[in-house]
Write a protein that binds this ligand. Structure first.
Ligand code: SAM
Length: 223
């Protein structure tokens, strides 16, 4: 296996920095992150840092991917909306774990590249990751009503603080979970978890984080 030592080092680092289900760690170990980063960064694919993927966007830090996945509390067959396809890596992790993934990206090139990356990753691991993923191009700051409600929603770009009503409306009312970075500005962001049950919403502040902005009608304005 390529990058075996680097993968093992990363998993040790994750185990030292949080509590993760074995399944989540297995997904991080098995999904080849090197396929999702530009060629010149392949050697750095297992560093626990975000890396550029073009168009001014990033693939998130492996710790953050593991942390968000863990907090999504996914189950086999659960229906997940991901806002911000980026490289396709997070969608691949969710597909590997048996979710039915709907992923939306505003940049056409990234969505197409993500599909290619996932095809390559599927070949590397001998498991079809694409079969559980549907790709969409558009403004995910409005969520994606077409297939709502979702059991889970994960937003991988920073939303505006407390401007999450649209997403909550598209969540299942039976233990629906939303994980979203929110910022009053782009420097200070907090990762929040919303749990929706019988019309009641519980909000948990998880940790500080740093994401690229969610740009769109219900998000930040482009410069
Ligand atoms: N989940 C990605 C991965 O695994 O590589 C990382 C996502 S990257 C940190 C954030 C992504 O959100 C970028 O690709 C960006 O173009 C996208 N984005 C920003 N605003 C968006 C919007 N309104 N709708 C959809 N995607 C958006």
């Amino acid at each position: 296996m390529e990058f075996k030592e680097e993968k093992e080092f990363l998993i040790r680092e994750l185990k030292n920095s949080g509590t993760f289900d074995l399944k989540v760690l297995e997904a991080i170990y098995n999904i080849p992150r090197e396929v999702f980063v530009p060629e010149f960064l392949k050697d750095r694919a297992y560093e626990n840092v975000p890396l550029p993927i073009g168009e001014g966007q990033t693939i998130s830090q492996p710790f953050m991917v593991a942390y968000m996945t863990q907090h999504l509390e996914i189950f086999e067959g659960c229906k997940v909306l991901e806002i911000g396809t980026g490289s396709g890596y997070q969608a691949g992790i969710l597909s590997y774990l048996g979710c039915e993934v709907y992923t939306i990206e505003r940049i056409d090139y990234l969505s197409k590249k993500a599909k290619e990356n996932l095809k390559k990753a599927s070949e590397v691991i001998g498991k079809d990751l694409l079969k559980n993923i549907k790709f969409f191009i558009g403004d995910g700051s409005l969520g994606f009503k077409n297939y709502a409600p979702y059991d889970r929603i994960i937003i991988t770009a920073a939303a505006i603080y407390n401007k999450t009503q649209t997403f909550i409306e598209q969540l299942s009312d039976n233990n629906g979970i939303l994980i979203v970075p929110e910022g009053k500005n782009l420097e200070i962001q907090i990762l929040r978890k919303y749990i929706k049950n019988n019309g009641k919403i519980e909000v948990i502040d998880l940790d500080y984080c740093r994401f690229v902005p969610l740009i769109g009608e219900n998000g930040w304005q482009e410069d």
